[in-house]
Design a protein. Structure first.
Length: 168
């Protein structure tokens, strides 16, 4: 699975986010961080990681989150893509549970619920996902997935058929 993380000038948050990704259990993953021209210590923090699973793409000028995701997806090696915002965290079994569910049901994508926490790690609210038969209808009207883009895993081939993120 290829985990795609766009970032810009949020090294402290990114550090925690990457820790949660690299602690995923029972999955083979690569992490592609797209640094959108950070001017803080993000480049130094990424260089100090020394984890062969992490690859960095650096944009010299910011091109937007959609473009960053598209660029990383085009260079991804995994059969599955997972998108993660640089200020979100994943539970250690998130990816393996989603992949198992998608495989068992023969699906090209999977989603889950979410938990909103504060800066101290206290749970503020739980976001339960809509059932599959309702989620597709809801997505035509609004972004109905808890956690936004940090929720979904999708087969790379399905993402390619659907087309890239709209950069407008």
């Amino acid at each position: 699975i290829s985990v795609i993380v766009p970032t810009r000038n949020r090294s402290a948050l990114l550090r925690m986010t990457l820790r949660s990704v690299l602690r995923q259990r029972d999955v083979n993953l690569e992490v592609i961080v797209v640094d959108e021209a950070s001017t803080d210590d993000t480049p130094a923090m990424l260089a100090a990681l020394h984890d062969s699973r992490v690859r960095v793409i650096r944009h010299d000028t910011p091109s937007g989150v959609a473009n960053a995701r598209n660029r990383a997806a085009a260079e991804a090696h995994g059969d599955w893509l997972a998108f993660l915002d640089d200020d979100d965290l994943w539970a250690p079994e998130k990816l393996v549970c989603q992949l198992q569910a998608a495989e068992q049901l023969g699906r090209d994508w999977a989603y889950t619920g979410g938990v909103v926490i504060n800066m101290h790690g206290q749970i503020l609210r739980v976001q339960r996902p809509l059932p599959p038969e309702e989620i597709v209808k809801a997505l035509l009207r609004y972004h109905a997935l808890p956690g936004g883009g940090s929720n979904i895993v999708v087969r790379r081939q399905a993402w390619q058929r659907a087309g890239p993120f709209d950069t407008r």
